[in-house]
Design a protein around this ligand. Sequence first.
Ligand code: TRP
Length: 321
Amino acid sequence: MSKSPNTVPAVDDELTLSALEGLRKTPKQLSPVWFYDEEGSTLFDSICELPEYYLTRTEMQIMTQHGDDMARRIGPHAALIEFGSGSSDKTRVLLDKLESLACYVPIDISRDYLFETAGSLARDYPSLRITPVCADFTQPFDLPVHIAAAHRRIVYFPGSTLGNFETEAAQRVLTTMRTIIGRKGAVLIGIDLRKDPEVLQRAYNDAAGVTAEFNLNALRHINRELGTDFDVDAFEHSALWIENQSRIEMHLVSTRDQDVHLGDETVHIRRGEHLRTECCHKYTLEGFAELAASADLVVSRVWTDPEQKFSVQLLEPKPIQ
Ligand code: TRP
């Protein structure tokens, strides 16, 4: 069947099309990829240091306090493969403690940041074999062949980044990890825990307004990259706790009626209408164990802080019956 001319999309560029797709959903969505331009990455680093944002600090505290135990359970001659390595800050704790590490494979989508970090790690750990892989880990990618020589393969996934995926996507990421580690390996993962919604809301809506700036910056980024005309000053940041989904949602709320132009298309945004930019799921220990089980992984150890705000968990393949 031939397409009539008026069914041919007016825009052919992939980024514009996927942005349009999000804005046609109900409620409208804007992909979190728009958070991370240079300004956004700097704002994100500031978020991690905010007094209300307990996640980074607490995870670091758990890594420092229990790193020896983690290293013992991981054992010698492991290949350490990190998903979304970013600054590799927390990884340094492991690199200091792991015995005769075979190699470190940081995987990140942001090429400049990845190679910059790998370079600085190479200076600080001159005898460690570091092989950075620039990839989007939600898509198929290749790992260096030399990881086969290690005793075990360990996937490291800190930062509660898994919580930024919806359930099915999170299952897919866990399944990818399960495939990489094979029968003998393990996953070491940082998972944020459910807690008082007020504490959560404050963590994502800080008094200094840094998270608000971070969220609004996504609009500046998309305006610059795609030539859209979101009126950034006519949006407000909002962080909502959605009880039945056990997640914080970050939204941008339009304070006036506005028309936004993408390619040749116009999207109308009503006053008071929400654009959803991010989901941050919070788990109970039981809930997360269930999610892991759906990817044939068993929780073999959980480390937490004294207040059980955050957890670092060791997952191993479910034994064959
Ligand atoms: N994974 C972390 C979290 O859920 C970091 C993060 C991802 C984040 N996207 C974010 C923090 C958006 C603040 C806003 O908290």
